[in-house]
Design a protein around this ligand. Sequence first.
Ligand SMILES: Cc1cc2nc3c(=O)[nH]c(=O)nc-3n(C[C@H](O)[C@H](O)[C@H](O)COP(=O)(O)OP(=O)(O)OC[C@H]3O[C@@H](n4cnc5c(N)ncnc54)[C@H](O)[C@@H]3O)c2cc1C
Length: 579
Amino acid sequence: MSEKRLLKPEAVQEVHLETDILIIGAGNAGCFAAIEAKRLNPNLKVTLLEKAHIDRSGCLAAGMDALNTYIKKGKTREDLVRWSRDQVGGGPLREDLTLSMAEYLNRCIEEWEEWGLPIKKDENGEYLARGKWDIAIHGESMKVILAEKVREYNCEVINKVAATSYLVDEGRVVGVTGLGVKDGKFYVVRAGATIVATGGAAGLYKPYTNDGNDCHHQIWYSPFNVGTGYAMGIRIGAEMTSFEMRWCAVRTKDFNGPIDTISVGYNAAMINGRGEKILQTHYSHLGGEAAPRFIRANAPMDEWLAGRGPTYVDTTGMTPEQVKDLKEDYLNERPTFVQFLAARGQDITREPIEVYGSDPYIVGGHTASGYWINNDRSTTVPGLFACGDVAGGVPNKFVGGCAAEGVLAAIGAVQYVAGLTDRGHIDPEAVKSEKERVYAPMVQMAEVGDGITPREMEERLQRLMDEYAGGVHQFYRTDHHRLEYALKHIKILQEQVRYLIAEDVFNLLAAHEVIDRLTVAEVLVHHLLYRAETRWPGWQTRADFPEKDEKLNCFVNSRFNPETGAIEVFTRPYEKVVD
Ligand SMILES: Cc1cc2nc3c(=O)[nH]c(=O)nc-3n(C[C@H](O)[C@H](O)[C@H](O)COP(=O)(O)OP(=O)(O)OC[C@H]3O[C@@H](n4cnc5c(N)ncnc54)[C@H](O)[C@@H]3O)c2cc1C
């Protein structure tokens, strides 16, 4: 039995820190926020708290082969809004936030290039286009480049600490608590302003790759982003938006690798079991090959349902040179895909690549789910700013847009700190009770020696969400009764949280990951229940309301009421600012 196994709250070492600007999550958006804050005021102490290690954390850990949003010559910020609106079937989206994001989008990408990111060029020396808004890059080191820049700007980086809860004083955020994921220590960080940049939420639903074996984290989104940033905000009553606009994507079957690289990068069409080009043959009325992302994601699943599966991307027309380039692209972002093909002995010029829908995620960089924010990226809770995948309202931000939001959040946070007259008070009782909450699964293990493992609860939650809240095994479909069932059983799981056990720090972290997922899942189900229509088939399909209801072209928002314990769901109007 390891020493860590005996950790009890009173025996845990506390680490107390103080900073001007605290950034939770040193991923893409968090790094840009840190650099910008230091540029605006080099005298400020800027601290990044990172669950993993800044050099290879978050979505950019392995790298990317494209930046999906860049405003190319001849295009405007308003064009970006129009395109983004089309991608979400006409709305809703926050056009005001999209415009402000677009103001910093190109600057971030161009600076990244100056710092060493290789961006591919065409014969005119312009960035090489991969689609209408995408540009091609050699991105395998993009995160390392960013991390070096953060260090160069003298930001403080605390790796291997996972934030657990915000500290609140008279309604404003004054810091955060954290768990040392290696050392098991309890961190208390006091901050002038806090920026949350923890990415989206993976692992809410059972992935099709999860068949009871050890590959349950063989998913598309970063498995370390479990929605803690959302959960922390929900617990203190921050307003959230559009959780029901889930992100589901077409992925390589049995591997869960991205396919835009193939379908957009190499114009390889999706085909069904009959060899028909799916989008051209069955979805031409919805835009064909240019159909919005949710239609493209849903199409393979509809083909299976219609008896026309399996589905593929047709790589059989690719030349050997293209195959070589494609594999190089994958070595940037998903190196194991090349091994996957090699292990199968698959020659993709003879055999197309099978594709399937992914499990659903909450990802505010792709859809509009996340914190409800203002133009300066402040949330509805004073002292707290949000950017990147954790922030809502702006679908299709992707890499560049999340970086731009980091810059905006930094500007907002620096201004906020400049106007502060006092830094607030940290309540020792709140710290004590959070510490007890954090280490409870270890106490349960030490004192009772038996209970529910985090993995068992994760399996139960993922299966529940998959079967009742529109997972991939249900072809993304759900309905009122199934959602009510899901809510009832999420509540049961929440009651069982007290039986969670952790025998070491690794499992303690896993316990909190599943607790946070439960919180996010509950809010998500409330949102799915409220939207009694089908607005984005696949992303959000209500089998009991198969049509779009124009009355619901508005935001579905929610707020947890800490006093009543209820999640209140309401709407906010969609305000169009671009023609
Ligand atoms: C596989 C994949 C492929 C993609 N392909 C493309 C592409 O080709 N082009 C494109 O433009 N976009 C692409 N995207 C989207 C893009 O990468 C993301 O939208 C964007 O980078 C997200 O940035 P972020 O900073 O919000 O999140 P992240 O970069 O994920 O950063 C979040 C950080 O928070 C940390 N964290 C999480 N929880 C905690 C906690 N409790 N405490 C402390 N730290 C925490 C994480 O470890 C991580 O470092 C892709 C995304 C994925 C996952």
